[in-house]
Write a protein that binds this ligand. Structure first.
Ligand code: KG4
Ligand code: ZN
Length: 349
């Protein structure tokens, strides 16, 4: 039997069990993260963020991200094994994010995972980053089972998903242009705030009032899609026009007005999705899920309608490897086969 045949045989043995150890790797953007999970339980999780490195450039520089993943990954694997109280010999499966994300950044994780899986002679599982974000909910709510609606709001993606089963998800609404996190980051830049803009806008908005009127895209239309590029442009124009009149913008009020609108449309469309599907559970996911206004508004709107609202802790909303490990566990349960050693990164997955 060759390596791949042994991997397939091993996965068939593990399917249906929840007592085996998965080591998972996430390197799709500017966080190098490794975790060890058993079923939906996280035994260890280490995240090394490059935010401080990219801050001075005002955003993630792909080549610099890749280089720093290379520098960090070995030590993070060692650290997470100590945290989990296990050794490499105990690992049954290696899981890795292979897309979506930055090509060079993804390749560091994928190459590392391939060599580790081959050296340990254990199966290699290729995990979709978005399914990882959704899986954060299985960590904080281990009793959660499909069907449910998921609002996924991150720096790269904005989706309302109907999760019928882990391997049967339907996109009910998605962005037609910018992702919501991207809009937070761009508006922050217009206001002169550092990267990443989401938490900065949130902080500033706390001191402001929603005095600026900003447009809603697709108003009155009967679909659940989003457009954040128009909202971002409206903010840019508002700042430019105000300055041209020789007047001053009130940054806190603009941050608050933008956040109210950005979050409002997410919550409104999610409530429509719940109505349309009849599901009684909504799960939040993705980096923007760390936003307090979004968490509060989603909880308020859902609770009013008798919907159970699941909010993973903030650290599980932004990129981490624990969610990738648990997504791997769910994929194995749902019938996924191992990857072979030709696995490549897929930036646009
Ligand atoms: O999920 P994530 O860590 O990476 C991607 O897969 O994109 O999301 C990062 C995004 C960034 O755009 C960041 O500004 C945004 O999530 N974000 C927030 C908050 N924390 C992170 N946006 C609004 N409020 C926050 N508190
Ligand atoms: Zn992400």
């Amino acid at each position: 039997m060759n390596y791949y045949e042994r991997s397939c045989k091993k996965i068939e043995e593990l399917r249906g069990r929840n007592d085996y150890l998965i080591l998972s790797i996430e390197s799709s953007c500017d966080e190098t993260a490794v975790a060890v999970v058993r079923g939906r339980e996280v035994l260890g999780s280490v995240i090394s963020s490059q935010i401080e490195i990219h801050k001075r450039f005002g955003g993630v520089v792909p080549e610099i991200a890749s280089r720093n993943h290379v520098l960090a990954i070995d030590n993070i694997v060692d650290e997470v094994l100590v945290q989990a109280g296990v050794t490499l010999k105990d690992i049954d499966v290696v899981a890795v994010t292979y897309g979506a994300g930055l090509l060079g950044a993804l390749l560091v994780g994928v190459s590392y995972a391939k060599s580790l899986a081959y050296a340990l002679d254990v199966p290699l599982m290729a995990i979709n980053h978005i399914k990882g974000h959704i899986s954060a909910n299985f960590i904080s709510a281990p009793e959660l089972e499909p069907p449910f609606v998921c609002l996924l709001a991150s720096g790269g993606h904005t989706y309302i998903l109907e999760v019928k089963a882990f391997n049967d998800m339907v996109i009910l609404g998605e962005t037609q242009d910018d992702a919501v996190g991207e809009a937070f980051d761009k508006v922050a830049r217009v206001l002169g705030l550092p990267y990443p803009g989401g938490p900065q806008i949130e902080k500033l908005a706390k001191e402001g009032e929603p005095t600026y009127k900003l447009p809603r895209a697709f108003k009155g239309e009967k679909h659940l899609n989003f457009s954040y590029s128009g909202l971002k442009t409206a903010v840019i124009n508002l700042v430019a026009n105000t300055k041209a009149r020789g007047e001053e913008i009130i940054p806190a009020n603009l941050a608050r007005s933008f956040q109210d609108e950005a979050v409002g449309v997410l919550v409104d469309n999610t409530m429509l999705a719940l109505e349309q599907t009849g599901h009684k559970i909504v799960a939040l996911a993705g980096g923007v899920g760390a936003n307090t206004a979004l968490r509060e508004k989603l909880t308020e709107a859902g609770t009013k309608r008798g919907i159970k609202v699941l909010l993973p802790p903030r650290a599980l909303c932004t990129d981490n490897a624990a969610m990738i490990g648990v997504a791997c566990f769910e994929e194995i349960k749902a019938g996924m086969l191992p990857a072979d050693l030709t696995l490549d990164a897929d930036p646009a997955l």
